[in-house]
Design a protein around this ligand. Sequence first.
Ligand SMILES: [Fe+2]
Length: 501
Amino acid sequence: MIALASSPGLFIVLACLLGLFVVLWCFTRRPTTHVAVEPEDLSANLADTFIIKPYVQLGNYPRQGSTEQLELLWHAKSAHSWAVQARVYGESSWRAPVAVTAQTLTIAALGETERCLVTLHRLPAGVEVEYRVLCDGAIAFASRVRTRNGRNQPYRFAVAGDLGAPVEGHEQRIAHQIHLRSPHLLVVPGDIVYDRGRVSEYMRNFFPVYNSDDASPANGAPILRSTLVVGVAGNHDVAMPKAMVPRNFTRFPDLLGYYLFFSQPLNGPGIAGGANTPRCEGDPEAIKVFTDAAGMRYPVMASFSFQWGNAFWLVLDSNAYMDWTDATIRNWVDAQLASASDATWRFVTFHHPSFSSDGKHSNEQRMRLLAPIFEKYGVDVVFAGHMHCYERSHPLRFTPDKLETELDTEECPVTGALSIDTEYDGAHFCKPKGIIYLTSGAAGAKFHRDSDPGKAGLKPFTVLYDQKVHSFTICDVDGKRLAFTQITEDGTQIDRFVIEK
Ligand SMILES: [Fe+2]
């Protein structure tokens, strides 16, 4: 080698080859300019692509994990190539597009529709996430949403029941006020749309108001696209009284919209065709169209549980076909609450209040049958609707005289022994001895003149009853402290109380 390298001719050749190699290497390694090609934003022009614009749901994810996820759903008029991009708000780059599952469905009152679903995975808890929906490569829709809170995060939730009714703009003003307070979670304790829970009523009374493009007292707010909303099945959603033809698909082929539009945990006890479920009647073809579209959600999704922050939530179907003396579903409630031993707070929500002074519905007491199970596991607050009012009870304990009930009738008195904690006042004495029962059913539907019991008609367990103004509930959760406020449609606070552990 030394001899070869010492030859001047060969040295020159080697030097030339080395030079050529260096030039080629530099050429191939020269910096390239990466131009990020942003998809075209056609969101303003593609608005009519959607039958129902994108909205977020918890999906079948009852338990918190090491990361969070959420479902994004929409209905489109025709088939497209869809994808969704997301990033935690403040991050500079979008995550890789996520494919969308599109299913062509026939839904009564909508006709043929593309139901589109995407699950955004691996998200941090309690953060704001930006997302954009790409339709054939262009941005068709964009929004932000907050993920479920983690166990150690303070958070805010709202409760607003009996809302989807076109009554003098109350629903729109309530939606706007809820939006102004930015809850992380909104729970609707039943009667989501009036009058029969039909798809056509969702299209008229729910989506335009709670997924409105703008936030205003006149139109509502873009809540469904930006906030996880949990829906509870009320009597107007799934079980009208017999006189009004319950779940008859011959007369109303677009019933039970609740099972088509909500996507919630499927850890409930409901079995298709079994007891304790809303049964479909009438036209078999219309029923098949419904059950095909609802999939696994019907009938399981009427009762379920989920975790949120440091709380455990139990959602129950309180409608008149439910037999709460049945050991199968009582044991399910017991096991659910037993599984929540590490939660700081235990909340239960259903539509028909157990305890109410309301003059119209106060004999519908079948949910009192569950009070001993709630007390056994230290449930803190029970949220209901149904009565179009705001009502707060003293902390109380109740033991039914008998474990018996009547089915398929609204009236169902349950007598028993009541013990009331009158020392708790929510301001100076904040540790209740018993469960506080809260009715927040004044979020939009009309008030019934025969409901207001007046001051003289209040039962001993009632602290406050208000049917003068439409309102909703806000709760700020911070560790072992809950701060509740009741807010009216014009933003006025009409109640405030604190619960501490
Ligand atoms: Fe109701």
